[in-house]
Design a protein around this ligand. Structure first.
Ligand code: HEC
Length: 267
């Protein structure tokens, strides 16, 4: 009897916990967009990066997001994965300032970046970055898509989620209301508006387009080897299909004598 009561009490605690969690999580469904790299069966299995979109996304990231966020695991030469040429990569790296060796007096120096350098960070360390952002830390973007549930759709929505707070909701200074942020109060001011960048390829830079492109680039940053993985998958399936055909042909050939012999016997 006592056990039953204990079980009932535990059940109620769990139920209350679930209800509390559900009450906390009243985020609207994410905005919809079509990704070249996933979301449908065909895109999941065969889809590769829309390179034009990923390159525009890098432009957005480089011109806007990189003033607050780092991407420490990414090197400039990795940009070859979205189709940038060696010359373009050299020029992008050279336009950045990265930490150099110590000089003869033992003091730190800086130098222009090289393709082999990791992306330069906007702040020297986490404390400096918090100090510049009202105490909040703009998280590193190297793996941000994988670090959030449904990452690409989440980021796509979050960037477009800045709306007027509902009546009666007071947003303190230094915080901004966002439909898709848990708790709705985020320390990041809306980073993108229409025409935050001028696209080199002439694409119209709407807020939705910029959000789509930068999410594509962030997906690439989190999954830089996806293209190779999918190409290899297709080749392996092709190889096994070929092997199956060959094996069947060999089997037919090897057994043809036996079949003939049985037929002759039956006759
Ligand atoms: C002015 C500085 C600033 C800029 C520019 C900026 N961010 Fe942020 N970002 C922040 C801060 C600060 C946070 C932490 C917010 C918080 O925890 O409340 C953040 C958080 C985020 C998060 C994580 C949200 C979460 O779920 O925790 C994402 C994703 C993000 N930013 C994407 C971007 C993208 C993409 C861009 C460029 C289009 C960008 N940010 C530009 C300051 C910035």
């Amino acid at each position: 009897m006592r056990r039953l009561a204990a079980a009932a009490a535990l059940g109620m605690v769990l139920l209350a916990g679930a209800a509390y969690a559900a009450g906390e999580e009243e985020l609207p469904p994410f905005l919809k967009t079509n990704w070249s790299f996933g979301g449908t069966f065909a895109a999941d299995a065969f889809g590769t990066y829309d390179r034009a979109s990923a390159q525009r996304g890098f432009q957005v990231w480089n011109e806007v997001c990189s003033s607050c966020h780092s991407m420490k695991l990414m090197s400039y030469r990795n940009l070859a994965g979205i189709g940038l040429t060696a010359g373009q990569i050299r020029a992008i790296a050279a336009s950045k300032t990265v930490p150099g060796d110590l000089n003869d007096q033992g003091e730190p120096t800086t130098r222009p970046g090289l393709p082999s350098d990791h992306f330069a960070s906007p702040y020297p360390n986490e404390k400096a970055s918090r100090a510049a952002n009202n105490g909040a830390y703009p998280p590193d973007h190297s793996l941000i898509v994988n670090a959030r549930v449904n990452g690409a759709n989440y980021i796509y929505s979050l960037l477009q989620g800045y709306v007027e707070p509902p009546p009666g909701v007071k947003v303190p200074d230094g915080l901004y209301y966002n439909k898709w942020f848990v708790g709705h109060q985020i320390h990041m001011p809306a980073p993108l508006q229409d025409n935050s960048v001028t696209y080199a390829d002439g694409t119209k830079a709407t807020l939705a387009q910029e959000s789509h492109d930068v999410a594509t680039f962030l997906y690439f940053a989190s999954n830089p080897h996806m293209d190779e993985r999918k190409h290899l998958g297709v080749r392996i399936v092709g190889f096994f299909a070929l092997m199956a055909g060959l094996t069947y042909a060999v089997k037919k050939h090897v057994w043809s004598d036996v079949h003939k012999a049985t037929h002759d016997e039956e006759r």
